[in-house]
Design a binder for this molecule. Structure first.
Ligand code: PEP
Ligand code: MG
Length: 607
């Protein structure tokens, strides 16, 4: 009998005498079970990614003989860094605009500056040191001078120097060593294997070449997972020690439907996998190629499907289903990689670009929501990170003031051109806070001499906002329930971790009751209410939400076709009955029964 390494979510790697034959190369097949984060199948080669971090840079004596080699290493690192910067520049130009992209030109100029090159050469030659040390010494001395400069503009340049150093040192690492090659330069058919990924890592990925992502940790509602679903990249998390056990270049099969990962597959396993993968692809193709009409239930109740979006690039993915607008534009994504606070002009251009794509349909811009797993680069080295851990969402924005005002002015200006734009505030705690924000919007609109009224909404995603819903509704034109954060704060879980309490998203009776409570309160006041957490994109849960009176779902764009397909098979009265049963539930298990009833009825309708 063949030996197969089996790795379960919370177990250590174990040898298993299973029925699977070993692969022709003699390397035992390894199999893991994790948690599915973004659907799909992939067959590719592993790339072990660990982000570059600037550790202690050591001085090595390379002797006189080593000087030429170190200079060559330096030159090669410069060439690789330049290539990488050019690729980044094109991407940022496309997604953010010219002025943001210009930063990469400045970095390239610095890298190619003859004085800089000469000083590194001299540093290596005089001290007979390794290239890393010469670079570090040179840039440390530039940084010291810049720090002492009187002009704030010059002092700001220290971050650029640190960035250049990190990039060069990254490229000086040995081939195959962690962090090299970087995410933007991965070869075709790559399965990225990482401890965890940040949303900014996901943005940096060469999306044409990545076929799947495997991480050791990371929850279903973590922003990197949300992005993967939007971009159609299969992802499995909870694969313990994946970065230690998998080898770069090893063949990996990812089944993100059943949350399994297999490395060095046997021939028999591979052929079974390829069959299942082909069937899945055919099913998805068929679903997406149906030219679907607007979403409604079987008995004709119109359900509005809006997209949750982090960048307009997500709109390029054809999901085969019309959307009714953007229900959550996560504006902070636009700026996570930005080295400076975005200017009014940058905000304005980003919102106009998204509104333009919507052709008059609604676009709800959520003001910046930093914190959790979203820290912009311009906060990285400052105490701001700690502040954000302690105070976030609308309260943070109101206290900080300047960034919020810049963003609101841009939204107000964009609204003049695109009246479908609305503004929404994250992590609202109570009515008084929303009142402050609404007053600020009105004051800024007056100073901008804006015409028309910009609608103001609140995200209901803190337990406090559920209890304070009445006072929030006093100041809101609409509300949107963010079940990702609501679940983690109500269920004492961490959305970044697989298998945490919060990953029961929306299934827990307490979350259902909170949604129902808010929906009822909004309905009584005739105020629009939507759900924009990831549950809105889970087809059976979306049906349950409709049964609870929700008519606006804002979901991951990749889920629109399947959610619409489910709803189309169901009559409202049946969904109301299922919702009633779920709301009466005292346990998670009972809620799951109600959801199972919906799934079963969809299956019967399909048969
Ligand atoms: C939420 O918390 O449910 C939500 C939609 O916002 P985000 O996922 O961006 O935190
Ligand atoms: Mg949230």
């Amino acid at each position: 009998m063949d030996r197969v390494l089996v790795k379960m979510k919370h177990d250590r790697c174990a040898v298993f005498d299973g029925a699977l034959p070993s692969n022709p190369g003699g390397i035992p097949m390894k199999k893991w079970k994790g948690t599915a984060m973004a659907p799909g199948f992939a067959d590719g080669r592993a790339f072990i990614y660990t982000p570059n971090k600037l550790g202690e840079v050591q001085r090595l004596d390379v002797g006189k003989d080593g000087v030429d080699r170190e200079i060559r290493r330096f030159e090669e690192a410069v060439a690789l860094a330049e290539e990488e910067l050019k690729v980044l520049k094109i991407r940022v130009l496309h997604e953010l605009g010219e002025s943001e992209a210009a930063i990469f030109d400045a970095h390239i100029m610095m890298l190619k500056d003859p004085d800089f090159t000469q000083r590194i050469h001299t540093g290596i030659a005089q001290a007979c040191s390794n290239a890393e040390y010469a670079i570090h010494e040179e840039l440390a001395s530039v940084i010291e001078k810049l720090k002492a400069a009187s002009l704030p503009y010059l002092r700001e340049r220290t971050k650029d120097m640190a960035d250049i150093e990190m990039r060069l040192l990254g490229h000086l690492k040995a081939p195959g060593q962690r962090g090299s090659p970087q995410l933007g330069r991965i070869p075709p058919d790559t399965v990225v294997v990482a401890k965890d990924l940040l949303p900014s890592d996901t943005f940096a990925l060469n999306r044409d070449n990545v076929v799947a992502i495997i991480t050791e940790t990371g929850g279903r509602t973590s922003h990197a997972s949300i992005l993967c679903r939007a971009l159609g990249i299969p992802k499995v998390s909870g694969i313990e020690e994946a970065t230690e056990t998998l080898q770069s270049g090893e063949r990996v099969l990812v089944d993100a439907e059943n949350a399994t990962v297999v490395a060095s597959p046997t021939g028999a396993y591979l052929s079974r996998f390829s069959n299942v993968q082909r069937q899945y692809q055919q099913r998805m193709k068929a679903l997406r190629s149906r030219k679907m009409a607007d979403c409604s239930t079987k008995d004709g109740i119109r359900i509005f499907l809006h997209a949750n979006l982090g960048s307009t690039a997500e709109l390029d993915i054809d999901q085969g289903h019309p959307i009714d607008g953007i229900g959550l534009f996560r504006s902070e994504y636009l700026f996570l990689q930005s080295r400076r606070r975005p200017t009014l002009e940058q905000h304005y251009r980003a919102y106009c670009a998204a509104a333009h794509r919507m052709k008059g349909k609604p676009l709800i811009i959520r003001t910046m929501d930093f914190g959790g797993d979203k820290y912009p680069s311009f906060f990285l080295q400052s105490s701001k990170r700690r502040e954000l851990d302690n105070q976030r969402g609308l309260l943070y924005s109101l206290e900080e003031g300047h960034m919020l005002q810049t963003q609101l002015r841009a939204i107000i200006r964009a609204h003049q051109k695109y009246p479908g734009i609305e503004v929404m505030f994250p992590m609202v705690l109570d009515g008084e806070e929303l009142q402050r924000a609404t007053a600020l919007v009105r004051t800024l609109a007056a100073s901008e001499k804006a015409k028309g009224i910009l609608s103001v909404g609140a995200m209901i995603e803190t337990p406090s906002s559920v209890f304070e819903i009445d006072s929030i509704l006093d100041h809101a034109d609409f509300v949107s329930i963010g079940t990702n954060d609501l679940s983690q704060y109500m269920l004492a879980g961490d959305r970044e971790l697989p298998g945490s309490n919060a990953s029961a998203d929306g299934l827990h009776p307490a979350i259902l009751k909170a949604i129902h409570w808010v929906a009822q309160a909004a309905k009584q006041r005739n105020i629009r209410v939507s759900v924009c957490g990831e549950v809105a994109g889970e087809p059976a849960l979306a049906c349950l939400l409709v049964g609870m009176g929700i008519r606006h779902l804002s979901l991951n764009i990749g889920q629109a076709a399947v959610v619409s397909h489910y709803l189309r098979t169901q009559n409202l009265v049946d969904l109301e009955n299922a919702a009633h049963a779920a709301l009466m539930s005292k346990t998670l298990l009972n809620v799951r029964d109600a959801i199972q009833t919906i799934r079963q009825s969809v299956k019967e309708a399909e048969a």
